[in-house]
Design a protein around this ligand. Structure first.
Ligand code: DX5
Ligand code: ZN
Length: 218
């Protein structure tokens, strides 16, 4: 399968969000990554439902909603109604992860689980068959524009081995500090989906930057 590019609108210009989403519509982006932060699970607040609705009104690509919030189970149906195609919750925020994953799937959305940099891949061994996406955080969640944590390569390989051993079809998504330098190495290690925020939106030509990431050969 060709890899997917999921630009994060966290780095977009919120004063002209519709314009930036239009740009993504016309680009080679596959998904639109939407970062929701609650100021509790992570030390930052991004945005909630009104902004998601504004994005969904314009977006013509699947919305990949990354919930960096406590008690995500309280809001799954609302995020689905807001247009999410993929709903990703954090392992660290879900004591009843299996129940929450089933809840996501019951809405018709694809289910993702994100792991913080220090959380071992092996903690997913009993649930990997039920997941559509595993998101490996390659920065500590909460902010865009942080430095990529190189330990992620090793986690991708471990996750790939776990997925194969359990015959799971789930995708490996990498989130945080992705750029043109580390992207080829991430893909070579086994990544399927690359999230990129500041690298895309701070570039001179975001659509071209997305195309460059998309055209990397494995
Ligand atoms: C971090 C978010 C990321 C972030 C990525 O908490 O989950 O999706 O937007 O931004 P960059 O690509 O700038 O690291
Ligand atoms: Zn994210």
């Amino acid at each position: 399968m060709p890899h997917l590019i999921a630009p994060s609108v966290l780095a977009a210009n919120f004063g002209q969000l519709d314009k930036d989403v239009e740009m993504l519509n016309h680009s080679t982006a596959d998904w639109i990554h939407v970062d929701v932060m609650d100021g509790r699970f992570v030390p930052n607040i991004s945005f909630g439902f009104p902004v998601l609705h504004a994005i969904n009104k314009v977006a013509q690509k699947p919305l990949d909603v990354h919930l960096m919030i406590e008690h995500p189970e309280l809001y799954i149906e609302q995020f689905r109604a807001g247009g999410a195609s993929v709903i990703t919750v954090h392992y660290e925020a879900c004591p009843h992860l299996h129940r929450t994953v089933e809840q996501i799937k019951a809405t018709g959305a694809q289910a993702g689980v994100a792991l913080n940099p220090h959380t071992p891949v092996a903690f997913l061994s009993e649930i990997i068959q039920d997941l559509d996406v595993v998101c490996l955080m390659s920065v500590n969640p909460g902010f865009g524009g942080q430095k990529f944590i190189a330990h992620t390569y090793h986690k991708i390989k471990e996750l790939k081995a776990l997925i194969e051993s359990k015959e799971s079809g789930c995708l490996i998504e990498i989130d945080g500090g992705v750029n043109q330098d580390n992207a080829p190495l991430l893909l070579a290690a086994g990544a399927d989906v690359l999230v990129a925020g500041s690298y895309v939106f701070n570039s001179q030509n975001p659509a071209q930057t997305i195309l460059d990431l998309k055209q990397i050969k494995k």
